[in-house]
Design a protein around this ligand. Sequence first.
Ligand code: CMC
Length: 392
Amino acid sequence: TGLVTLDPGFVNTGACRSGITYIDGDAGILRYRGYPIEQLAERSTFVEVGYLLIYGELPTRQQLGRFAEQIHRHTLLHEDLKHFFDGFPADAHPMPVLSSAVSALSTFYQNSLDPFDEPNVDLSSVRLMAKVPTIAAYAYKKSIGQPMLYPDNSLGLVENFLRLTFGLPAETYEVDPEMARTLDMLFILHADHEQNCSTSTVRMVGSAQANLFASVSAGINALFGPLHGGANAAVLEMLESIRDDHGNADGFVAKVKDQKPGVRLMGFGHRVYKNYDPRAAIVRDAAGGIIDKLGGGDELLDIARRLEELALGDDYFIERKLYPNVDFYTGLIYKAMGFPTEMFTVLFAIGRLPGWIAHWREMIDDPDTRIARPRQVYTGPAQRDFVAIGER
Ligand code: CMC
């Protein structure tokens, strides 16, 4: 009881203290553990950023080598877990397949159930970093009816994932280094974003002292939503529908401004950024070169650029401070790389993984953590007497 402050969507409610990621949405600033996203995107690697987010500091060469080696060692899935994929329909969306398989990991690693057992939390963190890309690639292979490959542990995380996704058993798969570097960079850009919907979900589930696998699985399900991670797929569908409508970007923007339910400029707007999303600026700069190199998607890229130009010069978007977010250009790059639209949100999940792990661990280690339990303002009927079924 007592006075309850109503804050739908937690627009002004801080739920925790966090030392992981800093965002200044008005200035368009994003830093992981103090390091600007631009420097990390250019000079770091996804595995190194994963270490930074989870452990708080950039690793020494030795620490990074050990972390990477541990990840390599855990990329295989238990053979019994592989049977899971047979149980899903062939056209299953890979996101629920991914969340189900991640949830199931806790049945294979019973020692992961105690959230305060630090060595096992370390092991679960490594297992997730190593196995989520394998699960993601298998979900894709299942959806196209191709056999699953075993991981090649001489390869790095991203190279391994690309080979598991696009390689075939009898053929050698040559990883394109530029494609691998771009995907690695996109994973860095997605690696954390403080208290977003999926990360808050991971923290909320974890606040009940649920294990790391269960909490991350819940986060994956939150990320599946089109207003969150699902936006990268929704952007591509929007661009394709505009292309099929004779490339009429102006007409589409006019429809968005009518504010018909469900019609939004996908990949635009953000709860926190009221300025250009710094991640979107990096992706936009990378998009042209990689799409040209890999071929395809030029027409859609032109439509995306035209939409951005229209929106940035239009009062509707200016007044509401709506700018492109990270997802506006990523789908075009994923498409040029050969990923089908259903895989886009899965790629986001692989990228966001170290952030989820870091937040879950920070939450478990924080003595101020209490079970997350929001209040409500009750709007239902006052007390009334039960009426027998024949008298209703
Ligand atoms: N297109 C058109 N109008 C928009 C858009 C958009 N993409 N986003 C917000 N608005 C309008 C909205 O209609 C409202 O107008 P009014 O004040 O006249 O009612 C105003 O801007 C404020 O929007 P809101 O929905 O109250 O803002 P929010 O903070 O609750 O929502 C958002 C943030 C990201 C869910 C929203 O901007 C959106 O739906 N964007 C499209 C989906 C998208 O791209 N999501 C990816 C977000 S970034 C990656 C991630 O976090 O997963």
